[in-house]
Write a protein that binds this ligand. Structure first.
Ligand SMILES: NC(=O)c1ccc[n+]([C@@H]2O[C@H](COP(=O)([O-])OP(=O)(O)OC[C@H]3O[C@@H](n4cnc5c(N)ncnc54)[C@H](O)[C@@H]3O)[C@@H](O)[C@H]2O)c1
Length: 348
């Protein structure tokens, strides 16, 4: 069977991770990498990979079966459109685009050409998340009442050497929170409205370092998200789930997500299911079951899914239209904080 070939655009932080994942798998190979920088060229030379200064040359000359777009947000749309025009299915990194309008344009182009676009919300491919979605969807927790998400962690000072990370748009809402917004939509349901308060009191940069976010879901559940990139805690999905290589294992397991319903509650990533065995009452003892899943890398699973999507065996777990809804809700958090108003999300 011929090997399935992937082209990679962008050899930065996440692009290199994609390249490493591809090079370690046996179900696909790397057709080449496009990145105009000297660092990109060297990255390819060191690994014996075909290097291209431009993604169009990569598409024309290496003719990959699928393309991963791992470049800055404002380039997602034009590069993905070129891949669609060439008939090449795309995995574009999150956020799907810089604006809702661009996300919608990409969704429309994908639908018109019949070329699938998968968006890199990798957490959806984590078996822990899949199990939680299944459990909530099955009604095991009853009617959802509250969800509490802790997303507090510490970014070291050199991280802020790049000026754009100190400016609005470069902070934890648009860079990090978008993952939580997508996770909530995926597991718990659509978001109807957003309220938020932000603070830059610790670092004093124009961008926020801390936020408190309140979401109302269409099913009536209320979600609170505590976000900070300047707090020394282990309470974040990135540190607690162990799914991302740069973050080391922590000395003790912790949870970062608490999903509550009228029949039971569930913690993530530990998948502890709390229920009453008999009478439902706060005077009775709760039982706790730890649900088992086989842990696999969401990046490997995402890549496997990309191959299946590109072969026409399935449709994207999150396409450009769906990811645009995640982007819209995330941008609404910034708007709610800026205006001090509750932002209603129209379905779109
Ligand atoms: N899913 C995740 O876990 C995750 C994690 C980090 C970043 N991201 C997303 O991935 C994207 C890239 O982020 P990053 O942190 O890797 O950025 P980065 O700055 O480290 O890397 C971007 C790379 O793209 C290259 N590049 C820029 N314009 C290009 C073009 N037109 N053609 C080819 N290459 C080009 C740059 O030279 C650079 O090497 C962003 O959209 C970001 O939001 C996703």
């Amino acid at each position: 069977m011929p090997q399935f070939s992937i082209g990679l655009v962008g050899a930065g932080a996440i692009g290199r991770l994609h390249a490493d994942v591809i090079l370690k798998t046996d179900f696909c190979g790397l057709a080449g990498v496009a990145d105009p920088t000297e660092a990109g060229r060297r990255f390819c030379e060191e690994r014996g990979l075909a290097w291209f200064p431009d993604h169009r040359q990569l598409l024309e000359q290496a003719r990959p079966d699928a393309l991963i777009v791992a470049t800055p947000n404002n380039t997602h749309l034009p590069i993905s459109l070129d891949a669609i025009a060439a008939g090449v299915p795309v995995l574009v990194e999150k956020p799907v685009a810089s604006t809702v309008e661009e996300g919608e344009a990409l969704a429309a182009a994908s639908a018109k050409a019949g070329v699938p676009v998968l968006v890199g919300h990798h957490r959806r491919h984590n078996p822990i998340i899949a199990r939680a979605r299944e459990l909530v969807g099955s009604g095991e927790l009853g009617r959802l009442t509250n969800v509490t998400v802790l997303y507090t962690f510490f970014k070291p000072e050199p991280y802020f050497d790049m000026a754009w990370r100190r400016e609005p748009g470069g902070g934890p809402i648009l860079i990090n929170l978008i993952h939580e917004i997508d996770l909530i939509r995926f597991i718990c349901g659509e978001i109807e409205s957003v309220q938020a308060v932000t603070s830059n009191a610790v670092r004093g940069f124009p961008v926020e370092d801390t936020a408190a976010v309140l979401l109302q879901l269409a099913n009536g559940a209320l979600v609170t998200i505590s976000l900070s990139d300047t707090a020394v805690t282990p309470w974040s999905w990135d540190l607690s789930s162990g799914e991302l290589p740069p973050y080391p294992p922590q000395p003790a397991p912790v949870n970062s997500h608490f999903i509550s319903g009228t029949l039971g509650s569930l913690t993530l990533p530990r998948l502890e299911l709390w229920r009453y065995q008999g009478e439902k009452s706060w005077f009775a003892e709760l039982s706790q079951d730890a649900l088992a899943v086989t842990r696999t890398s969401p990046y490997v699973e995402q890549l496997r899914h990309l191959c299946e999507v590109a072969r026409g065996e399935t449709t994207p777990l999150i396409n450009a239209a769906d990811a645009t809804r995640t982007l819209r809700a995330t941008l609404a958090v910034s708007e709610a904080a800026r205006t001090g108003r509750r932002v209603a999300l129209t379905s779109g």
